[in-house]
Write a new protein. Structure first.
Length: 171
């Protein structure tokens, strides 16, 4: 049932560069202040969140600013989020559609899409981002994602908490 997406060989360098930037806005080494945000996003950037709500660039920045002021923790690294199934396709000159799966934010699985413009040499700007909540891992991958029980065990052994669900909003 799942499509088999294969990135063209000529786009492997692009794929590797864009994978380093995802999940979008959850890598503090890339976006940690307004200057970083401006460098990484197009002026007309927008996002459609997992809820289906659409967010303007300024709203996304305001949400990130609150997140950064309330914590210096990089959720992606600390909570052990997992990305997989990356695929990139060139949809126009120097414009790329990147798709992937994110497991994290509690036990939430999302399919994500970011439209990027740029190049390995000149740098990248996100034009658009969307996350869609999925019901579960595809049947071919069942058992390979950490279960709620496994995360609770890890929480007890590491002292880290793994909340059931993060707050809503962009990113």
């Amino acid at each position: 049932m799942e499509p088999e997406l294969v990135t063209e060989a000529r786009l492997v360098d692009v794929l590797q560069e864009l994978m380093k930037r995802e999940p979008l806005f959850h890598r503090r080494e890339l976006v940690n202040c307004r200057e970083d945000f401006d460098r990484e996003t197009a002026d007309d950037f927008s996002e459609t969140g997992a809820s289906g709500r659409r967010y303007s660039r300024e709203y996304v920045w305001a949400t990130l600013q609150e997140r950064y002021e309330s914590s210096d923790v990089d959720d992606f690294e600390v909570d052990g989020w997992e990305t997989r199934d990356f695929h990139v396709r060139e949809i126009a000159p120097a414009t790329y559609l990147l798709t992937y799966t994110l497991w994290g934010q509690g036990d939430r699985l999302t399919r994500r899409l970011t439209v990027w413009q740029g190049s390995v040499r000149d740098g990248w700007k996100a034009l658009y981002h969307q996350g869609t909540v999925a019901d579960q891992w595809p049947p071919s991958q069942l058992g390979s994602s950490p279960s709620r029980r496994a995360r609770r065990r890890a929480s007890r052994s590491t002292g880290r908490s793994y909340p059931a669900r993060r707050g809503r909003g962009p990113g």
